[in-house]
Design a protein around this ligand. Structure first.
Ligand SMILES: NC(=O)c1ccc[n+]([C@@H]2O[C@H](COP(=O)([O-])OP(=O)(O)OC[C@H]3O[C@@H](n4cnc5c(N)ncnc54)[C@H](OP(=O)(O)O)[C@@H]3O)[C@@H](O)[C@H]2O)c1
Length: 262
């Protein structure tokens, strides 16, 4: 049984200029969602809006850096002015960061946290007054399987996604009496620009792992939004990592200590 319909839902979706966010914008708009899409690359957003012009839904572009308060405020105001309210916030914009902790600078950690954690937290905080008045409102935080298990070579990224996980669990309980659902999405390795644009990226790490398409991830996110799910871990490899971490943490520590953060 669906808890909510995508048709007519009014939302903000960050990181819609590529990858999972772009695929999710298509998935939702084709199902009738009205979306404010946010990312820094304005031309990509405009091209997507153009492509979706005849979709049953509607797309409004707010180009900008989501770590800035002014961008978050502009997105919320656009949703209010264009759609008359807000039922959905998808915190999807994020960056990877690769490298050994001992060799990375403190500024990098702050940069990753600023986007992957603080921007999502503060967009959610600023959107709350509109969300509480929304129709079956829901916040979707796109985390990662690396928000459940830390691995070598990704300490900053794992830290940011663990922070998002903790915040989400607290907010889910706090938001429940307000009627706001909170969904955490934890994709496994997905074929996007993520590995090219990650801070400190050097080629494609963990190449041996199977990948998913962003379209397949987007379909699962849309399904979970409809169902009012709290948590989804996407991909078989991702589920294996999360469950082995819960069941055999010591074994996983041993295995990972033999990796070199490749
Ligand atoms: N790909 C994977 O294997 C994987 C696995 C698990 C979780 N995830 C998570 O999935 C989410 C989406 O990643 P993806 O794989 O789709 O990567 P992607 O293709 O690199 O997309 C990242 C998106 O974030 C936007 N973005 C980056 N910095 C921004 C900023 N300062 N302000 C506004 N937007 C910003 C980018 O747009 P602009 O550059 O135009 O600003 C882009 O639209 C991330 O949170 C990532 O951690 C990805």
């Amino acid at each position: 049984m669906a808890r909510r319909e995508i048709d007519g839902i009014r939302g903000i979706l960050t990181g819609a200029s590529s990858g999972i966010g772009q695929a999710l914008a298509r998935e939702l708009a084709l199902s009738g969602a009205q979306l404010v899409i946010v990312a820094r690359r304005a031309e990509r957003l405009e091209a997507l809006a153009q492509e979706l012009h005849d979709a049953p839904g509607r797309v409004e572009c707010v180009p900008g850096d989501i770590t800035l308060d002014q961008t978050r405020t502009a997105a919320i105001e656009r949703a209010r002015d264009a759609f008359g309210g807000l039922d959905l916030v998808v915190n999807n914009a994020g960056t990877g960061a690769m490298g050994q902790f001992a060799e990375t600078a403190p500024e990098r950690l702050r940069q990753v946290m600023e986007l992957n954690f603080f921007a999502a937290a503060e967009l959610t905080r600023s959107a709350l007054p509109l969300l509480v008045e929304g129709r079956h409102p829901i916040v979707v935080n796109v985390s990662s399987v690396l928000g459940h298990r830390g691995v070598p070579g990704y300490s900053e990224y794992c830290a940011s996604k663990f922070a998002m996980q903790g915040l989400s669990e607290s907010l889910r309980a706090e938001f429940a009496p307000l009627g706001i659902d909170l969904l955490v999405v934890s994709p496994g390795r997905t074929e996007t620009e993520f590995f090219d644009s990650a801070i400190g990226a050097q080629g494609r790490p963990w190449k041996e792992l199977p990948t998913m398409t962003p379209e397949a991830v987007a379909r699962q996110i849309a399904w979970a939004i409809r169902r009012g799910k709290h948590e989804i871990v996407i991909s078989r490899g991702g589920k294996l990592l999360v469950w082995s971490s819960r069941l055999f943490p010591g074994v996983l520590d041993w295995v990972l200590a033999r990796q070199t953060g490749k």
